[in-house]
Design a binder for this molecule. Structure first.
Ligand code: ADP
Length: 439
């Protein structure tokens, strides 16, 4: 305030002094104009110093000045020093981040809000073949052209990672993960999982080969056991009891081998090749007949069709998933229970549902039910002919149809298994129903 007052006094004195001096010469207006002109000249000089300082040597100390202008120069100088301190700190943080990203073995690529490449570490250069000279500013999908990556990038649903062969070396397998941050910018990370992928493949092949190799000896054993059981009246009772148990266990092993082979096929085979529009009413009715045979009249089984759209999928796989759910409902509910197989609309598409009013499942088990060989009650599962692989098969089938499994249950309140299929897996009304095979 004090500085402002001095400036105003300066103006008043110059203007007043000028007018007074002019009045002596009978030219007060000219005197006033000269006074104001002197004042203006002073401010213009200061303004020129400020302009020169800011444009020519902003890093140096400000020009000498007093009064309001001196205060302004001082404040600007202090602000500038503060800013360059912050800038320096930010620069060193950025450098440290870049150095640590450089040291990482995983690829890190920063993309701007349009998906153009801004910065990447050297691992990204080697793994994805990015070159500083040519690729900066390029759109990421021009460099990683795999259609699976393009649709992953565009979908903006980055909850799960994407596994693909490296764009520069087919033999290497990379796992891509994108994170959205800041102003719609994206951070793309890629990990080389070739070794893990190979181990996983070896595990799959091993299970598939062992299961396949076990099939023939088991068939021979089952064949002989059947022949001997047919003549059990000629055998001592102790032997024929043993034979019965051997036959039971052989059947269990055969079921296990069949389920293991089916799971291996679901993991290895390319999904989508045998997808056709499926008429859900006849599929559900046909599975009901099988479930009724298993139930032997102990439960009531109903089919409820509330959606008339067909599902585009593999007939064999969907039938297997639905049968597993329906057979579980028969095996894990007491006599007199009600089971419903339902096909109905869902906000995300459509839902295939198997509901029962049996004993239900304790919620602590639900997150683990689809794990291989996870059983709530091992003794009961074995006694009812379960292999422990049923829900794992259901989960895999659904994954191959872009669908997901939801399990709702409480002890004493029955269980509801929902397979939710996205709209993209449904066949719209205009599809000729005559194309749809009746199972
Ligand atoms: P399993 O061959 O043992 O049936 P699954 O993977 O098909 O293997 O099922 C896993 C477990 O989930 C079963 O052991 C059973 O305890 C439980 N379960 C599945 N369906 C039902 C159901 N409808 N009601 C109650 N429990 C169920």
């Amino acid at each position: 305030m004090h500085l402002w007052r001095r400036e105003i006094w300066r103006l008043v004195l110059l203007a007043g002094g000028g007018a007074l001096a002019g009045a002596f010469l009978s030219l007060p207006a000219l005197g006033l104009a000269v006074g104001l002109g002197l004042c203006l000249a002073h401010h213009l000089r200061q303004l020129r110093s400020l302009h020169r300082w800011l444009t020519q040597r902003p890093q140096t100390t400000p020009p000498d000045s007093s009064g309001l202008w001196g205060e302004l120069f001082d404040r600007l100088y202090r602000y500038q020093k503060g800013q360059s301190l912050i800038q320096g700190r930010l620069r060193s943080i950025l450098q440290r981040i870049q150095e640590s990203s450089e040291a990482m073995r995983d690829s890190v690529v920063m993309l701007d809000r349009h998906g153009n490449l801004e910065w990447w570490n050297s691992a990204a250069g080697q793994m994805l073949g990015l070159k500083v000279a040519n690729d900066r500013g390029q759109h990421v999908t021009n460099l990683i052209r795999d259609p699976r990556f393009i649709s992953y990038f565009k979908a903006r649903d980055y909850g799960a990672p994407l596994t693909l062969p490296s764009p520069i070396d087919e033999r290497r397998v990379l796992q891509f993960q994108i994170t959205l941050y800041g102003d719609d910018e994206r951070l793309l990370m890629a990990r080389d999982i070739t070794r893990l992928h190979r181990l996983e493949q070896m595990r799959r092949d091993f299970v598939a080969n062992v299961s396949h190799e076990l099939r023939t000896p088991l068939t021979v054993l089952a064949g002989y056991l059947e022949t001997y059981t047919d003549h059990s009246d000629q055998l001592p009772p102790r032997l024929s009891r043993g034979l019965g148990q051997m036959q039971e266990q052989t059947t269990r092993m055969q079921n296990l081998v069949d389920d293991l082979l089916l799971l291996s096929r679901l993991e290895i085979d390319q999904a989508g090749e045998d997808h056709i529009p499926l008429a859900m009413d006849s599929l559900l009715k046909s599975v009901r007949l099988d479930a009724e045979t298993l139930s032997g009249g102990r439960q009531t089984i109903r089919v409820d069709i509330l959606d008339h759209r067909a599902l585009s999928g593999s007939e064999q796989e969907i039938r297997s998933a639905l049968s597993n759910l329906a057979f579980n409902a028969v095996r894990y509910t007491q006599a007199g229970s009600h089971i419903t197989l339902r096909w109905r609309p869902h906000p995300q598409g459509a839902c295939l549902e198997v509901e029962d009013d049996g004993e239900g499942i304790d919620p602590v088990h639900i997150p683990r039910l689809t794990e291989r060989f996870y059983r709530v009650d091992k003794g009961r599962s074995t006694a009812t002919g379960g292999t422990g692989l049923g829900l794992a098969i259901v989960k895999h089938v659904l994954l191959r149809h872009e669908a997901r499994l939801e399990i709702h249950s409480r002890p004493g309140e029955g269980a509801r298994f929902r397979c939710i299929f996205p709209r993209g897996q449904l066949v719209t009304e205009d599809t000729e129903t005559s194309d749809i095979p009746r199972p």
